[in-house]
Write a protein that binds this ligand. Structure first.
Ligand SMILES: NC(=O)c1ccc[n+]([C@@H]2O[C@H](COP(=O)([O-])OP(=O)(O)OC[C@H]3O[C@@H](n4cnc5c(N)ncnc54)[C@H](O)[C@@H]3O)[C@@H](O)[C@H]2O)c1
Length: 265
């Protein structure tokens, strides 16, 4: 497959582009910043929120799919979040429709449902939107846009609600929410190649012993995680906020420290 990876210079993007190329896919990178030294595949320095710039990339490249990773990976102002996640997704979807590109894999986030209490039990793909931050609000809206384009234009769209992408888990919460780099590549490849998913949601975590987010939606799409955060449990130290962080899907983002005016600085 010839795959446009946005946010290709980022922490997930570098792992995913390397992994997809190793699996035999042709990768085209896109990011606001230049390619890392030695990048062996084509690269576009462009802003995904700029519809004309995105259209120019699609006009130049023949593509089979998009992996959309570009965006602010943390809390910011509401307008910045909406631009970063919703406007970028819209620009890509418009270009996909115009150029007959049939599939998108989106780096959504657990923060789209971050205010869901752990007390509700296993987190399934049917959890209602329940963001914990403006970041989460933007992920909810981006997911809604993907669903709209799947219904209107028959685009296959897989929203991967990623947990904690790190080399190794760094907190007690991370023992449940960790996504290893190798599993991240497995997840993206499954979402790219599973037959006709329509619009689908999966939880992007590894096969963690302490996981409480449902892995079945991913397995139905062919995502079989192989790693387990438990292998690192001895190295994770207890923290003062472990209990609060365990209370909701979104961990620290679901706490009062993240309250701020929607349109304030
Ligand atoms: N890292 C995690 O644990 C995690 C968890 C859940 C979701 N996600 C999502 O995964 C995606 C990637 O996260 P990451 O951790 O690799 O972040 P990152 O900050 O390391 O990488 C993001 C990349 O996107 C680029 N970028 C940002 N805005 C852009 C734009 N408008 N146009 C083009 N490029 C742009 C940046 O230059 C950067 O290289 C984000 O959408 C994030 O919300 C990450």
């Amino acid at each position: 497959m010839r795959v446009l990876v946005t946010g290709a210079a980022g922490s997930i993007g570098r792992v995913v582009t390397t992994g997809l190329a190793a699996a035999g896919h042709e990768v085209v990178g896109l990011d606001l910043v230049p390619p890392p030294d030695g990048t062996p595949f084509p690269w576009h320095e462009a802003d995904c929120a700029d519809a004309d710039a995105v259209e120019a990339v699609f006009a130049e490249q023949r593509l089979d799919a998009v992996v959309h990773l570009a965006g602010i990976p943390e809390e910011a102002s509401l307008p910045d979040e909406l631009t970063s996640h919703v406007v970028t997704t819209a620009a890509l979807l418009d270009a996909m429709v115009a150029h007959d590109v049939p599939r998108i894999v989106y780096a959504s986030s657990n923060h789209a449902v971050g205010r869901t209490p752990r007390a509700d039990g296993v987190l399934t793909e049917h959890a209602l939107p329940r963001p914990d931050t403006y970041y989460g609000v933007a992920k909810v809206a981006a997911e809604a846009l993907l669903h709209l384009f799947a219904d209107r234009h028959d685009i296959d769209a897989v929203a991967c609600r990623i947990g904690s992408f790190l080399e190794e888990p760094a907190s007690l919460r991370g023992l449940s929410t960790w996504l290893s780099p190798d599993d991240c590549v497995r997840m993206v490849e499954a979402a790219l190649t599973t037959p006709a998913p329509g619009y689908a949601v999966l939880y992007g975590i590894s096969a963690n012993t302490r996981a409480w987010w449902d892995l079945e939606p991913g397995r139905r799409l062919g995502y079989e995680p192989q790693d387990d955060a438990e292998a690192y449990a001895d190295r994770v130290e207890a923290g003062p906020d472990d209990e609060t962080e365990a209370a909701h899907v979104g961990g620290p983002y679901a706490t009062a420290a993240f309250h701020r005016p929607a349109l304030g600085a």
